[in-house]
Design a protein around this ligand. Structure first.
Ligand SMILES: NC(=O)c1ccc[n+]([C@@H]2O[C@H](COP(=O)([O-])OP(=O)(O)OC[C@H]3O[C@@H](n4cnc5c(N)ncnc54)[C@H](O)[C@@H]3O)[C@@H](O)[C@H]2O)c1
Length: 315
């Protein structure tokens, strides 16, 4: 009789290579090339916060292309609905949910929406966020609290709210059959969190905090086959790195906070030339690719890791 360990490994290699049944060719070993390859996230359900635009929207579309059913959720409900609609138009499955990840009631509502729409949660991506920059001697208490709320407290509360669906389901599977399905959490951080950034004491602190959260979840939930990793992005071309004078803003407690960086794309291009070995900033699709890699069966033995996706900056 196969040991639990052996059964676990068999299940993971089936996920990577495709079912060993006739006509379903392996994806990695290169045998049976003519057979249809399974998609990387077939049958999985993903929540992606802040997926109305930017990195989150790119991830929602990519995950859906790879077979996931996606709950697209964003502060901006119209944008979330638009992304979900695009996914459905392209033949994928998606539902939209409007909401502020920092709201007291949001985590329970978000988990319920995913379960009501798709029955479970296999992948949770904590991506929603923004910047509210200031130099240390000028950062207000509200500015400080807003960053910790969106980048640390919200991911923690969502992970906690997902526990009955992710952790408890895995526990039941272990109790019943000895093997828990692969599930994962991906948090989104920044090189500001790993290296610091002048003008971003609040954001850097919060983005460092979510790395500690990631490693703790990885340790606590690893026994349930729930992996937790964090992606620390460098410059990616989104609203967050566009020109601060472009007019983009976000409302925080009734106050409009301007988004972007001074100088926008020109500034980013100059920084890229000097600091990024690949000599350019990244695209949302490239950022989403890193999330897909971590969510895929190819990352079945990767947990608790902080992956820098920067074009090589800071090496
Ligand atoms: N773009 C970059 O260069 C970069 C670099 C490092 C990290 N990040 C991180 O990536 C994540 C996504 O950023 P982006 O660049 O795609 O920005 P973006 O502004 O293009 O998209 C962020 C999305 O998050 C949503 N959002 C913000 N606050 C929210 C809240 N309280 N509740 C619900 N939704 C909320 C916004 O409405 C928006 O749709 C953020 O956590 C950001 O800090 C971005």
């Amino acid at each position: 009789m196969a040991s639990v360990q052996q059964r676990r490994i068999e299940i993971i290699s089936r996920q990577i290579t495709g079912s060993p049944t006739a006509g379903q060719g392996p994806l990695v070993q290169g045998r049976d090339c003519a057979a249809p390859s399974p998609r990387l996230l077939d049958g999985q359900v993903a929540i992606i916060t802040g997926s109305g635009q930017g990195l989150g929207a790119a991830a929602a579309k990519l995950f859906a292309q790879q077979g996931a059913r996606v709950l697209v959720t964003d502060l901006d409900g119209a944008k979330a609905e638009q992304v979900a609609e695009e996914i459905r138009r392209d033949g994928g499955e998606a539902a939209a949910l409007a909401g502020d990840v920092t709201a007291e009631e949001f985590p329970a509502r978000c988990v319920k929406a995913a379960v009501d729409s798709f029955g479970t949660i296999d992948i949770l991506v904590n991506n929603a966020g923004f910047t509210w920059d200031g130099v240390i001697h000028k950062i207000t208490p509200k500015q400080w609290d807003a960053m910790l709320a969106v980048h640390c407290t919200a991911p923690f509360r969502l992970i906690q709210a997902a526990a009955p669906v992710m952790r408890e389901a895995a526990k039941r599977e272990l109790d019943e059959g000895g093997v828990a399905r692969s599930r994962c959490i991906i948090n989104v951080s920044s090189t500001s969190g790993t290296h610091g950034n002048a003008g971003q004491a609040n954001y850097s602190t919060a983005k460092a905090g979510v790395i500690g959260l990631t490693k703790t979840v990885a340790r606590e939930w690893g026994g349930f086959n729930i992996r937790c990793n964090v992606v620390t992005y460098g410059y990616i071309a989104t609203r967050l790195t566009s020109d601060k004078d472009s007019g983009a803003s976000i409302s925080v407690g009734g106050q409009q906070v301007k988004l972007g960086i001074p100088g926008g794309e020109a500034m980013a291009a100059a920084a890229a030339e000097m600091m990024i070995p690949l000599k350019r900033i990244g695209t949302p699709d490239e950022a989403a690719g890193a999330m897909l890699m971590l969510a895929s069966p190819y990352a079945a033995f990767i947990t608790g890791q902080s992956l820098e996706v920067t074009g090589g900056a800071n090496i």
